[in-house]
Design a protein around this ligand. Structure first.
Ligand SMILES: [Mg+2]
Length: 234
């Protein structure tokens, strides 16, 4: 059976709380490669953004020229990945899978009519390192990443194209759902004419997320049946 629905997940804040250390290691990588010491990325600097855009924005703030930024982005990503792969599993600061996520993925994974993918601001390697740590990497058959485009709005159509190449079929955008935790995810779904499921794991953002009127809004995935029913039947 060829899948007829594509479900695309964001990672950080949606599937997992990755802990604060990836953000610290990315800050360190930017500081080491730029020679600056004052750069500390906040949650607002990173949430809903791609790693490539986060690095570019941080370097622009430090006064680095666009020409040099282009040369620095991949060395910084590589330094960050060294830190992440060396330390993520052993680091003891809190990180976890959000309640209900495993059940949702497991149930969707059994369905032949559904294809699971990622649309994330991570690079392929940082996505793999984070999700493998929690045993979630194997669920996803394709992904669109920060290395495909620094603009999140470009990523859903890349994922859709990959899905069509894999299945020699033609998913339309309306057969895809984007699941994320920020207004950027919602916008990326909208501009690509995909449906949106937004989860307000971060209580501080809930009011704005609800006001954005995604197709489905939930505070969390603690009622997986409700989410599954919507994903499968709507
Ligand atoms: Mg997110």
């Amino acid at each position: 059976m060829t899948p007829t629905r594509l479900i695309l997940f964001d990672i950080d804040g949606t599937l997992i709380s990755p802990g604060r250390m990836p953000r610290v290691w990315l800050s360190e990588a930017i500081n080491e490669l730029s020679g600056e010491e004052e750069q500390h990325l906040t949650l607002d600097d990173v949430a809903g953004k791609t790693d490539t855009l986060i690095i570019e924005t941080a370097l622009l703030k430090l006064g680095v020229s666009r020409w040099n930024i282009r040369k620095m982005i991949y060395p910084i990503i590589n330094r960050y990945l060294e830190k992440l792969s060396a330390n993520y599993a052993s680091d003891s600061t809190p990180k976890f899978v959000f309640p209900g996520v495993k059940e949702i993925l497991e149930r969707l994974n059994w369905r032949e009519d559904i294809l699971l993918g990622l649309v994330t601001g991570n690079t392929p390697d940082s996505a793999r390192i984070k999700l493998s740590h929690f045993g979630l990497w194997e669920y996803f058959k394709l992904g669109a990443y920060a290395t495909d485009s620094k603009h999140r709005n470009d990523l859903p159509k890349i994922a859709l194209r990959l899905a069509n190449q894999m299945n020699h079929t033609k998913f339309e955008a309306e057969h895809a759902v984007m699941i994320g935790d920020t207004l950027n995810d919602l916008e990326a779904a909208r501009v690509n004419k995909m449906r949106s499921l937004i989860v307000g794991h971060h209580p501080y953002w809930r009011k704005d997320l609800r006001a954005g009127k995604p197709d489905l809004y939930v505070d969390d995935f603690s009622a997986p049946e409700h989410v599954l029913k919507w994903l499968i039947e709507s």
